[in-house]
Design a protein around this ligand. Structure first.
Ligand code: ADP
Ligand code: MG
Length: 580
């Protein structure tokens, strides 16, 4: 017979491989237990990046000695009573795997005392070997101490990264937990030094300040929205704040930090064309939904979840994000927010975000106006109706900037960016209803194409048609343009067509189509604009400003560049050193 049942010790070590990947995983599991025990203070003490010692102390409900006896057994949990509970998990833990797993790969000591007990008890587990539970003097709550992690699994130990990296993983874990539980005091110490001391606060925004730092936190706009049973609460960066990676993108589901593709995608989808390529926003997103609508039992370390109604969640998040940004975008950027030096916009390109969703914009337009909770605290007048029309225009300088006075100060408008945004929105509206206005060309223009381009174009003729371009074969290696979008100024269209063919080459799945359509819109919009260095008549300037008032996201061009920069009186006073 070749099959044997694994010993408990072996099974625990195998399970530990999934749950305990590195010191930070231990920290995560222990904090989760402390939070499940309703602690209001959690201290984390680390030595040598966790390889020598991890100690987590809480002031929660503690364990009776009988509980301690079995706490480190496999599948021992106080959090699931019946099978149905598995489908409505309200606690962070539920698998009963953390303590046995940790205990099997380290030297673990658990001291615990429930608030009503006069003394505490201690449990020791040494590489999976349990010792007798014995009385001990200890404070109310629980302290779990892990020494010499992976001492008996040298292969694991070898996989650990540099102490700096391991420590940064620990910090990340603590930060994520802290973001989700602002009312809990978190203290993190490493080798005797305070790394984080987040005192309890009432307001999630204050916790953001503690965790993300003032610089990032102050740029985040809060919003909250309920959609059916899904509650979305988020703190979002608005352009031009962005980051080259997703480092500041935090998503939480029912108080649990998760790395969920759907949620990340939904957030980025919500930002749409407002981010430059390769840029990510800072977002702290919390969604709350009925426990029975999320399956948290899909990942051993519980980093992933499955939603019962995935597309509802996706839509709720992306629509809320978009709505919040839309409101925000109508408010001109104050001077201090423009990153003059750090981001010269040199790398502006099409295709701002690599996402693969489809058709959302359609549904978005049809979205009923809700009267649900939707608040953008901290902004007294979210939408300034007719802001651009209310500007007093002084004229155009340098052939591309409009100089204006607003009611609060001086405003400069980039006519190219402004026109691009206006053209983009107009085209998008036309595209959405399937009617892009076109102009027939009296004199057809020919485009010479390579064999590859010919092939591509043949397949994409209907897409081109959709955008307002009519094309007909015109001899070998040649197509004739017979109509073009009305929005494009008269001129040579072959460049635009050629560029669109190149861009459409990447679109093979219909899922990506919508994204690409929008990028192509940006291309057409870009080709349609009044190029810099063209003098505008006063009447044209006025029309441009009025058109901006009709656009969403009027303060940025479709590539994410600002349309408007405003100097308030305070900004000017500061520039002239009247105010220090
Ligand atoms: P789970 O959290 O999945 O239930 P664990 O192995 O993490 O499994 O913990 C086992 C049990 O030990 C928990 O269900 C809980 O009852 C108890 N426990 C663990 N840590 C604490 C703590 N800090 N305070 C109170 N009880 C705890
Ligand atoms: Mg647990």
């Amino acid at each position: 017979m070749k099959i044997q049942i694994l010993s408990d010790e072996m099974a625990s070590r195998i399970a530990a491989g999934e749950v305990v990947e590195r010191p930070a995983s231990v920290v995560k599991e222990l904090i989760e237990n402390s939070l499940d025990a309703r602690s209001s203070e959690i201290s984390i003490w680390i030595e040598k990046s966790g390889s020598a010692l991890i100690r987590v102390t809480d002031n929660g409900e503690g364990m009776e000695p009988e509980d301690l006896e079995i706490a480190a057994e496999r599948h021992a949990t106080s959090k699931l009573k019946e099978t149905e509970d598995l489908f409505r998990i309200a606690t962070l833990g539920f698998r009963g795997e953390a303590l046995p797993s940790i205990g099997s790969v380290s030297k673990m000591e658990v001291l615990s005392r429930p608030p009503a007990a006069s003394s505490g008890y201690r449990l020791r587990v040494d590489g999976g070997k349990k010792q007798q539970v014995s009385p001990v003097a200890t404070a109310i709550g629980t302290t779990i101490e892990i020494k010499d992690i992976f001492f008996n699994t040298p292969a694991r130990r070898k996989f650990l990264k540099s102490p700096g990296t391991e420590l940064s993983h620990i910090c990340d874990v603590v930060n994520r937990m802290a973001l989700a539980y602002p009312a809990v005091h978190f203290l993190l110490q490493h080798d005797g030094r305070n790394i984080a001391d987040y005192v309890a606060v009432n307001d999630a925004k204050d916790r953001l300040h503690q965790v993300l730092g003032r610089e990032v936190a102050k740029r985040l706009v809060p919003f909250r929205r309920g959609l059916g049973e899904i509650m979305v609460e988020a703190y979002l960066s608005t352009a031009p704040t962005s980051f080259p990676n997703a480092r500041y993108l935090y998503t939480f589901v029912n108080g649990r930090y998760v790395r969920d593709k759907i949620l990340t995608h939904a957030v980025l989808f919500g930002y749409e064309t407002l981010l430059m390529k390769g840029q990510y926003p800072a977002v702290v997103l919390f969604i709350e939904l009925p426990f029975s609508d999320v399956d948290v039992n899909v990942h051993p370390a519980k980093y992933e979840v499955r939603f019962r109604r995935q597309s509802d969640v996706h839509d709720a998040v992306s629509l809320s994000v978009r709505e919040a940004l839309r409101i925000e975008a109508r408010i001109p950027l104050p001077l201090a927010e423009i990153p003059w030096v750090s981001s010269p916009f040199s790398g502006v390109r099409e295709a701002p975000l690599p996402y693969a969703g489809a058709g959302l914009a359609h549904r978005y337009e049809a979205f009923p106006a809700r009267t649900d909770v939707f608040a953008v605290p901290g902004r007294a007048e979210p939408v300034q109706a007719g802001f651009f029309s209310s500007l007093q225009i002084f004229g155009q300088i340098l052939g591309c900037y409009l100089v204006c006075a607003s009611s609060t100060g001086l405003a400069l408008i980039d006519q190219h960016a402004a026109h691009e945004r206006v053209a983009f929105e107009k085209l998008r509206r036309q595209l959405d209803i399937g009617k892009v206005e076109r102009q027939s060309l009296l004199i057809r223009q020919t485009v010479e194409l390579s064999a590859g381009e010919m092939m591509l174009l043949e397949q994409k003729l209907n897409v081109m048609e959709h955008f307002g371009f009519s094309l007909e074969p015109f001899g070998p290696g040649c197509y004739a343009i017979t109509a073009a979008p009305a929005l494009l100024p008269e001129g040579d269209y072959s460049q635009t067509v050629r560029q669109m063919i190149a861009e459409l080459a990447d679109v093979d799945t219909s899922a990506k189509l919508r994204q690409h359509l929008e990028d192509r819109l940006a291309t057409i919009a870009c080709h349609s604009v009044i190029r810099a260095h063209r003098k505008l008549e006063p009447r044209e300037m006025r029309a441009l400003l009025e058109a901006l008032d009709q656009s969403d996201f009027a303060t940025q061009c479709p590539h994410g560049r600002p349309v408007l920069i405003e100097w308030s009186q305070a900004d000017l006073d500061r520039l002239f050193k009247r105010l220090i």
